[in-house]
Design a protein around this ligand. Structure first.
Ligand code: FE2
Length: 429
């Protein structure tokens, strides 16, 4: 693979070639593609999708991806999807401590541990949230997820994503978006942990900005796509793992799937450094809804009601007069799954650990713990920088069901609800 190089933009029509002259000019599928290559079209949207949401990329490769073997079932019982795979549990707020990375050899595929599920991948609704617990690279192995695009949120360790369209590196603080159906391998440099959102619904896009205007939140130019690059070695067999219809399948093929020499289009993996997120907030009093922190949204047919919003709580200035600054107590028709990449989350200064997770389903009450409430109610309201922190939320219109693994793995915080028991009734009429 070539050295890392990126091109900037979200949804741009990129054009890139690893060998000069590999990209045909003027025609997408000439009778003979340049340099003996074969043209293949990857469509990420229906052909007739509106132009603003139409996604497709032409790749020019050594062999079309149809050249492969027959598929057989592949056993990985910890990767499940669809609401039917979840457990029915009481409507309690749930929280998990970080789950240790096992010593047993695990790559991205075998190390996925599904925590919550909703929707139905066959119906293209909902999502699943997983942990990826890894200690080895996918050498000679690639994953094709035909059910979902995948948003990977590294929490420990720098990950290298070798994809059909090029190579991306991502460290904690960055996130990687991998389109549905594009082959990739994940390489690790040691024990690594990542959160993974598997989105069965509409592809993630940037949210509309409304009165915010043309700048703010995640700016398109801060998304980085890879440039074309191919694996020089062609004679080594590859194992292809395919997620398809909520099941896993495997096959072997005689050569690498990473043989794309040139491509052009707007369907591409991207990475994004959350440090570039332009945080918007109140400069008078109170605070806006957490939707102000939306990085990416997967919409549904109901306006403003997301299949999944990817929301971050990054370092930011806390200002505002006469304002209770942590998140308020609330109940939400939407369901909220959270993780913490590093640092402290302001509503739960102690109990919510980096690598941990929490779940507050639709209309399940939640809010700051007793310590956070007390501190925030008595704090001097000078401007304050909340620093060295990165929490995130995956918010969905569909209720999440935790998996049997999540409920039985030993990481469930059985005392989570205790964090609110010290709250006092201070009513003095
Ligand atoms: Fe919430």
């Amino acid at each position: 693979m070539p050295e890392l190089a990126y091109q900037s933009g979200f949804g741009n029509q990129f054009a890139t070639e690893a060998v000069p002259g590999a990209l045909p000019q003027g025609r997408n599928s000439p009778q003979r593609a340049p340099l003996g290559l074969v043209a293949e079209l990857i469509s990420g949207s229906a052909f007739t999708a509106p132009r603003a949401s139409n996604q497709r990329t032409w790749v020019y490769r050594r062999q079309p991806s149809v050249v492969t073997g027959a598929y057989a079932p592949y056993a990985q019982p910890h990767w499940v999807t669809g609401a039917a795979a979840g457990a029915v549990v009481p409507p309690d707020p749930l929280r998990w401590h970080p789950i240790a990375i096992p010593d047993a050899p695990l790559d991205f595929v075998d190390g996925l541990r599904t925590i919550v599920v909703n929707g139905d991948p066959d119906a293209q609704t909902g999502m699943a949230a997983h942990l990826a617990l890894m200690n080895r690279s996918m050498d000679g192995r690639a994953l094709v997820n035909a059910d979902s695009e995948m948003l990977v949120i590294p929490q420990q360790g720098t990950l290298r994503f070798v994809t059909e369209l090029g190579v991306l590196d991502a460290r904690p603080g960055e996130v990687v978006l991998l389109p549905r159906g594009i082959a990739f391998s994940v390489m690790v440099g040691g024990p690594s942990r990542a959160y993974v959102c598997e989105n069965h619904g509409a592809p993630f896009r940037l949210p509309e900005l409304g009165p915010i205007g043309s700048n703010g939140l995640a700016n398109p130019r801060d998304f980085l796509a890879p440039v074309a690059g191919y694996e020089a070695r062609q004679d080594a067999p590859y194992e292809i793992i395919r997620r398809d219809g909520g099941a896993l399948w495997r096959t072997t093929q005689p050569r690498t799937p990473f043989d794309v020499v040139a491509w052009h289009g707007n369907l591409t993996p991207v990475k994004y450094d959350t440090a570039h997120f332009m945080v918007i907030g109140s400069i008078s009093f109170d605070h806006p809804d957490p939707s102000i922190f939306t990085v990416l949204t997967s919409p549904t047919d109901t306006p403003g009601t997301a299949n999944c919003d990817f929301v971050i709580f990054p370092p930011r200035w806390m200002v505002g007069e006469d304002t209770f600054r942590p998140p308020w107590y609330h109940r939400n028709v939407m369901s909220e799954f959270m993780g913490l990449v590093h640092g402290q989350y302001d509503a739960k200064p102690e109990g919510f650990k980096p690598g941990g997770m929490s779940l507050h389903n639709g209309m399940v009450p939640h809010g700051p713990d007793a310590e956070a409430f007390d501190k925030a109610s008595n704090a001097a309201l000078a401007p304050h920088k909340l620093d060295h922190t990165l929490a995130f939320m995956l918010e969905s219109r569909w209720r999440f069901k935790p998996t049997a693994f999540a409920m039985g793995c030993g990481a469930l915080d059985a005392r989570y609800a205790d964090c609110w028991t010290a709250l006092q009734d201070n009513f003095r009429p």
